[in-house]
Design a protein around this ligand. Structure first.
Ligand SMILES: [Zn+2]
Length: 813
């Protein structure tokens, strides 16, 4: 389909020179941030926020005077939640910081408010999730036990059988529990009668499939269209046991529910780890082989794995010795130990003995028997004698002149706490591709979540959406239309390594797990909760590398952009997805803040020079589609995403250089939105559950927007309105269009084309501009909608004269 404004695509903004250099200095951890933040002065700004590995993080409020103070805070590289509230007196943002980082912010002059989420909250969510899973398991055990005592008990039980009509369709929905459903993946067969007094089987059969959540079998379920209202059904298990139940009539639901009666939803019962998310989409695809497939994206992550490490030698930086295994922790690194022994005798030399994985350093002593080995000397000796096992270095670039303190044998450790069921290998990243025609010929929609590891609700929104699309296909006409028309890609976790780390090691993990810190910086074990690339800052358009604000060059910053654009496998995977030429719409799911946003997402400082704004027509389409999506969200429990939190990222949040939405929009021409779901990363389950349901409403509505776009053959219509103008001899001209559409015009009597002047928005968040032209000017114009339909079948690239023509004269009377 022709793009309405072809010149827009693949635009690359030149690297800003002066402004870009200034930004890079601001973002550098080694450079003190200039200026004065809200609330006070800063005498000596710390180089970077230090996040000790033994501290968990909390979400705290930070009060700022104005946007400049926010830009400055962002430039420190502090780890920010997606939460920016503009109040009458300033701006309140949420920062994710440990006690040490909070103290550093206070020293920098920032005013800290309430703590909104603390480590105990995350621990509580994990406990809640484990209790839910344990409850499901216990329920399964009880059910299995109830079958055991009597050989006559059936191993299958019907939970419910509901009949309803949907439009002209008749539908039977069945849920049943099978004693072996935890381990056996078989579907169950349901046989129907065709009314009271008829034979079981006379109404036909249908199958129902397993509903598994967090790896635990819950029950079998499914719905199918039927030709007669059944009175009874019989379910037969693979062992031959049977259960019989009467069918009940499901209450009709109001006509104004676009999901229709019997629409199935509510498919998640707890938070899901990345391993569980991927298992879930595999199960879904296996249940619907004609409608879905799981696609392994081309780049594996660097893996939920780390080198085994330790920092020895004392508390002062000068006497510290950092030791890393060469092997990954799980591949032998965790078996290594290091001892710094006081020989207990005078005039001994520094020696290193390696026995298997045990490294013993005997420290040098003077004539009095006192230890004299410095950190630098121990590092050199370790690298010389144990260099096939470990790499040693002084602490964060220190010269290492301090004498080390003896340390008993200490094992190196990768500090990773996930169970062995979480792979330590480079991890494949998976998407589920949904649609009847998955050959690239249909309009594509992409949804992806968990670029940020600690955001646990957004992946659930993608799972709930995928389940709704697949499990309603058989009996819901609207769902069928979506899957028959669209090519839908859903990637529930872009950053599985960080996701696993967030569940098992550090709940506040935002970034990937990859350690890009050099040994002269924060490569040691004590910085391990600060490593990783912010996967939503590593993309190609308007990035830090192009001179834009809101990303950091520091390997420990919350918004570290990585060593170069698309340096990370997580990011290359998303780029690969966006390259599917048919993808026209995307949703990047994050939390939190209840925002709904699109490009531009970045500006350069100090003058806030924004990435190009969408054209009026594009902006109109963004707003029009957004109102539909937000209405669908509101339908769930009346949550209104406010207009103040809807719009371009850089208007309503803050600059985020190199974010994915901007790459999708500027480089690939995809209408790219961003959700910020809910009010916290890890809300209590009841709230997480509600957020999942309400934002899945919005994501399904995006599919409907895409389908309507695909089916849009309606040509826009436009009119010109002329009104008086204060300037002598001039009049004011505005164009009005029947739908979101671009207007191209000429004022010199020439033929309007796509290279003619584009009628523009009057300014940020305003409507169309008003042109001032000499009275009597000949105006030629045409309009084109976002689907590429041109008004009046005019061919802008042809020779026809069937464009709109009028003179700019005031209407009479
Ligand atoms: Zn996020």
């Amino acid at each position: 389909m022709p793009r309405p404004v072809p010149s827009r695509w693949r635009r690359r903004f030149p690297v800003a020179t002066a402004a870009g250099a200034a930004l890079l200095m601001l973002a550098s951890p080694a450079t003190a941030v200039s200026g004065t933040p809200a609330g006070g002065t800063r005498a000596d700004a710390p180089a970077a926020l230090d996040r000790p590995a033994d501290e968990q993080a909390s979400v705290v409020e930070v009060f700022l005077a104005d946007q400049a103070a926010l830009d400055e805070l962002v430039a420190t590289g502090v780890d920010l939640d997606h939460h920016v509230t503009r109040t009458g007196t300033g701006i309140v943002v949420h920062a994710v910081v440990t006690p040490t980082e909070t103290a550093a912010l206070r020293r920098m002059g920032y005013r800290i408010g309430a703590t909104l989420h603390d480590p105990a909250d995350s621990a509580q969510r994990i406990a809640e999730r484990e209790a839910t899973i344990a409850g499901h398991r216990a329920d399964n055990r009880r059910f299995s036990a109830s079958l055991a005592p009597s050989a006559t008990a059936s191993d299958v039980r019907i939970i419910r059988a509901d009949y309803y009509t949907s439009g002209t369709d008749q539908v039977l929905s069945v849920e049943a529990k099978w004693g072996q459903g935890q381990t056996a993946s078989d579907a169950l067969t349901v046989a129907r009668d065709s009314g009271p007094g008829t034979e079981i089987g006379s109404g036909g059969t249908q199958t129902i499939s397993r509903f598994v959540d967090a790896g635990v079998y819950l029950y079998h379920r499914g719905a199918a269209t039927v030709t007669a209202r059944p009175h009874r059904i019989q379910v037969t298990s693979p062992t031959g046991d049977v259960a019989v139940a009467e069918v009940t009539e499901w209450l009709p639901v109001p006509d104004d529910d676009p999901e229709g009666p019997g629409y199935q939803k509510d498919f998640v019962t707890s938070y899901l780890t990345p391993t569980e998310l991927y298992a879930r989409i595999r199960q879904l695809a296996a249940d619907h082989p004609r409608l879905a497939e799981v696609v392994e994206l081309p780049y594996k992550t660097n893996g939920y794995r780390r080198k085994a490490q330790v920092v020895l030698g004392g508390s002062a930086a000068a006497s510290r010795v950092a030791v890393d295994s060469l092997a990954w922790g799980h591949q032998g690194g965790n078996d290594i130990s290091v001892e710094l022994a006081d020989p207990g005798a005078a005039d001994r030399p520094l020696t290193v003995t390696v026995t298997g994985p045990a490294v013993r350093v005997e420290l040098a002593t003077d004539a009095a028997g006192a230890v004299t080995s410095t950190a630098a000397e121990v590092v050199a000796a370790l690298n010389a004698r144990a260099g096939t096992l470990v790499r040693a270095y002084t602490y964060r670039g220190d010269a290492g002149a301090g004498v080390v303190a003896p340390v008993a044998r200490t094992p190196l450790t990768d500090n990773l706490k996930a169970p062995a069921s979480v792979s330590r290998d480079p991890h494949p990243v998976y998407a589920i591709r949904i649609g009847k025609h998955r050959d690239g010929s249909r309009t594509g929609v992409l949804a992806y979540a968990q670029e940020h590891a600690r955001e646990w609700v957004p992946p659930l929104v993608t799972i709930e959406t995928a389940e709704r699309l697949l499990r309603n296909y058989a009996h819901d006409r609207q769902t069928r239309q979506l899957l028959d028309t669209l090519d839908i890609w859903i990637a529930p976790s872009i950053n599985p390594d960080g996701g696993h780390y967030s569940f098992y090691d550090f709940a506040s993990q935002r970034k990937s797990m990859t350690n890009h810190c050099p040994t002269g910086d924060a490569a040691d074990a004590l910085a391990r909760n600060s490593w990783g690339v912010d996967n939503n800052r590593n993309y190609t358009e308007y990035s830090l590398f192009d001179g834009y604000a809101g990303a950091s060059t520091s390997c420990t910053s919350g918004s570290y952009a990585g060593p170069s654009e698309l340096s990370e496998p997580e990011n290359r995977n998303l780029d690969w997805l966006a390259r599917r030429g048919n993808i026209r719409f995307s949703m990047n799911l994050h939390s939190s803040g209840n925002y709904f946003m699109w490009s531009p997402g970045a500006y350069s400082l100090p003058d806030r020079v924004s990435a190009p704004r969408p054209t009026l027509a594009e902006e109109s389409f963004f707003w029009g589609a957004s109102s539909r999506i937000l209405t669908a969200i509101k339908r769930h429990r009346n949550l209104a995403v406010t207009p103040a939190r809807t719009g371009p990222i850089s208007d309503v949040l803050y600059s985020a250089a190199g974010n994915s939405g901007d790459m999708l929009w500027y480089r690939y021409g995809i209408y790219a939105w961003n959700f910020e779901v809910g009010n916290s990363f890890q809300p209590a389950w009841d709230e997480a559950h509600e957020q999942t349901l309400e934002y899945a409403n919005g994501l399904v509505e995006l599919m409907r927007v895409a389908r309507d776009f695909d089916k849009d053959r309606t040509r826009p219509e436009s009119t010109m309105a002329v009104t008086p103008n204060a300037a002598p001899g001039m009049v004011s001209v505005r164009f009005e269009v029947s739908e979101p559409a671009a207007v191209f015009y000429t004022l010199d009597g020439g033929r309007p084309t796509y290279t003619s002047t584009l009628y523009a928005s009057a300014g940020i968040r305003e409507g169309a501009e008003t042109l001032t032209v000499p009275a009597g000017t000949r105006v030629h114009w045409f309009s084109v909608d976002a689907a590429g339909n041109v008004e009046g079948n005019y061919r802008p690239d042809g020779h026809g004269r069937n464009f709109n023509k009028d003179r700019a004269v005031l209407p009479r009377g």
